[in-house]
Design a binder for this molecule. Structure first.
Ligand code: ADP
Length: 333
């Protein structure tokens, strides 16, 4: 039998515009991985229902994420790019995995506790079993590598738990999925306000979106939190300054970063200049992506075609896994 390449799976919820956190935490890795591995990249539309029950904007958000995937360099010929709701097998696997997930462990999940706090009137069962659905998405393709940001570490741990539990309870079907990032650590892109992370639905003024116009980018960067600068050479950086350096490292030339590092270390740094530089480098980074997204969004037929092609590839892989799953459980009479 032909040996399969390692399998990669990841996804993003269509709950708003993609931002730098999604790009550097996830999509940048997707683009590199599509050349090396068998890749499944999903638009997690079902997941978004747990927190965004109003679906009026869903279609346009799905199209936007898809266009943003392509504009960032994902290639529908290389990877399966698909919508979660188009792969019905996900629902079936989710159902079986729910019998292997315990209420107590789900209630302890940090994201569940956070979400329950932020939407006390809608603590639905889908929110509680979010990690089960996520595990189903991943192991449905028997994926072993999952490119995600640092905020997803705990969910990945749970996906491993459910996969292992299935293997022990029945027959070994699933590999253990591992969080993946090129480089040594998972990444977290902080908000520009020095608090929290960039996010689609929260913290919008402190988040840089791939759709932001040049002036909006400049304004947001110039508002980033700073102080009057260090007074002793080589002092440690406060978190919010560290964050600005982190962003600069991602989009600016090495020599530029080094100059500001030196300025910081000899206490001559002018944060106004640093932010101006960062703002221009950000504009240069984001503007071409934004332009491509807008072009792609105009072509609805193309978007539909990509989705159908992706769904077909994803369902093929899912179908093979589900046969193994049903046989393993004993649902084959
Ligand atoms: P959001 O939190 O913006 O709604 P999702 O939950 O849809 O984003 O996550 C999509 C991907 O983007 C995940 O892999 C997640 O780890 C990554 N991601 C989201 N925000 C950040 C961030 N600020 N830094 C790094 N990665 C992030």
């Amino acid at each position: 039998m032909e040996k399969r390449k390692p399998i990669v799976m990841s996804g993003i919820r269509p709950t708003g515009f993609l931002h730098l956190g999604n790009y550097f935490g996830a999509v940048r890795n997707y683009v590199k991985m599509q050349d090396e591995f068998e890749c499944y990249f999903m638009i997690a539309d079902i997941h978004s229902l747990t927190t965004h029950p109003d679906t009026r904007a869903l279609k346009s958000h799905v199209q936007r994420v898809l266009a943003e995937y392509i504009a960032c360099g994902l290639d529908p010929e290389k990877a399966a790019i698909y919508c979660q709701s188009h792969v019905y097998e996900t629902g079936e696997l989710y159902l079986y995995l729910n019998m292997l997930a315990y209420k107590g462990e789900l209630e302890k999940t940090t994201t569940f506790k956070d979400k329950a706090r932020s939407q006390p009137d809608n603590i639905n069962a889908g929110l509680l079993t979010y990690p089960v659905l996520q595990a189903a998405d991943i192991i449905l393709h028997r994926a072993s590598l999952v490119p995600v940001g640092k905020d997803q570490e705990q969910h990945l741990e749970m996906a491993r738990t459910f996969a292992n539990r299935f293997n022990h309870r029945y027959v070994e079907v699933f590999p253990e999925p591992q969080a993946f990032n090129y480089g040594d650590a998972l990444i977290k892109i902080p908000g520009l306000d020095g608090a929290g992370k960039m996010s689609k639905s929260e913290n919008q003024n402190a988040t840089l979106y791939l759709a932001d116009e040049d002036d909006v980018i400049r304004k947001k960067v110039m508002k980033a939190k700073t102080d009057s600068g260090p007074i002793t050479p080589h002092s440690p950086k406060p978190d919010y300054i560290e964050n600005i350096f982190l962003l600069m490292n991602l989009v600016s030339d090495e020599a530029v970063v080094r100059k500001f590092e030196d300025d910081f270390n000899n206490c001559s740094i002018r944060y106004g200049d640093m932010k101006k530089q960062l703002a221009e480098d950000m504009v240069n980074f984001i503007a071409p992506i934004r332009g491509r997204v807008n072009d792609i969004l105009h072509d609805e037929k193309y978007l539909k075609q990509i989705m159908e092609m992706g769904a077909e590839k994803a369902r093929k892989s899912a179908g093979v896994t589900m046969k193994l799953v049903r046989d393993a459980i004993g649902l084959s009479y």
